[in-house]
Design a protein around this ligand. Structure first.
Ligand code: PGA
Length: 265
């Protein structure tokens, strides 16, 4: 059995999309459709300008609010940045860190991501740390070395006691926004590798509880097969999270999918 703490988690990452009106409509659609007693954690991460309005809509629902990024300081002369205390003030419980678009398009280093990870945790946010290889790295058989590095550097100096507040999102860069998805077997194999690294870095008991989500072109059509994998504990959804019907279909796939047994350790 999976530990209780590895409840499936479905996260909508809206990226730099929506207007205020669209954000309101989308969040309302998710809240209306999600129900009350579903055994899946649902998180929406709108763009910064809409956190407050989406937060109001989510209030009293079982959908949690998350942010897509933050700066690792409480306040100060950091023009254009947003602090974790501001996120908490707006009702955010989660923050996505190390997304591949920030790594590759905005030049974020593992060291900077690690600063954010430690600061977010110290401030009381739960983090979703994204890791994943490019197509070139996969072709060159560098996937495991890359993931090892991103995990070790991203989680450097993070105490084991913080692990309940950390989930990992495995997002192969070649699958993000491309319509190409890792097969359920590829996802499972990589998630097992990630969990194995976490065992080495922390402990078996702690690593078994960390939720590892898959991200990269997850759609209603492929969600059930991915979420059925033993070590796939949820999904981080970009494109399909911009449509309430599609996002809710993925949430439902997470609820109804029986877990498979792990084939190999
Ligand atoms: P996608 O994005 O679902 O559009 O591929 C996933 C992500 O970047 O988190």
């Amino acid at each position: 059995m999976k530990p209780d703490k590895r409840r499936k988690t479905i996260v909508g990452n809206w990226k730099m999309h929506t207007t205020a009106a669209e954000a309101r409509h989308l969040a309302g659609g998710v809240v209306d459709g999600v129900g009350n007693s579903d055994p899946v954690t649902v998180i929406l991460c709108p763009p910064f300008p809409y956190l407050a309005l989406v937060g109001e809509i989510l209030k009293g629902s079982r959908v949690a609010l998350g942010a897509q990024n933050m700066y690792p300081e409480k306040e100060g002369a950091f023009t254009g940045e947003v602090s974790p205390t501001m996120l908490l003030d707006l009702g955010c419980r989660y923050v996505i860190l190390g997304h591949s678009e920030r790594r590759h398009k905005l030049g974020e280093s593992d060291a900077f991501i690690n600063q954010k990870v430690r600061f977010a945790l110290a401030c009381g946010l739960d983090i979703i740390l994204c890791v994943g290889e490019t197509l070139e790295q996969r072709k060159a058989n560098q996937t495991e070395a890359l993931l090892d590095r991103q995990l070790n550097l991203g989680l450097a100096d993070v105490p084991g006691a913080a692990l309940p507040h950390i989930s990992i999102a495995y997002e192969p860069v070649w699958a993000i926004g491309t319509g190409k998805t890792a097969t359920p077997e590829q996802a499972e194999e990589t998630h097992q590798f990630i969990r194995h690294q976490l065992v080495k870095m922390f402990s078996m008991a702690a690593a078994e509880r960390v939720r590892i989500q898959y991200g990269g072109s997850v759609k209603p059509e492929n969600a059930a097969a991915l979420l059925a994998q033993h070590d796939v504990d949820g999904a981080l959804i970009g494109g399909a999270s911009l449509n309430a019907g599609q996002f809710l279909a993925i949430v439902r796939a997470g609820i109804s999918e029986p877990q498979t047994k792990r084939k190999s350790a």
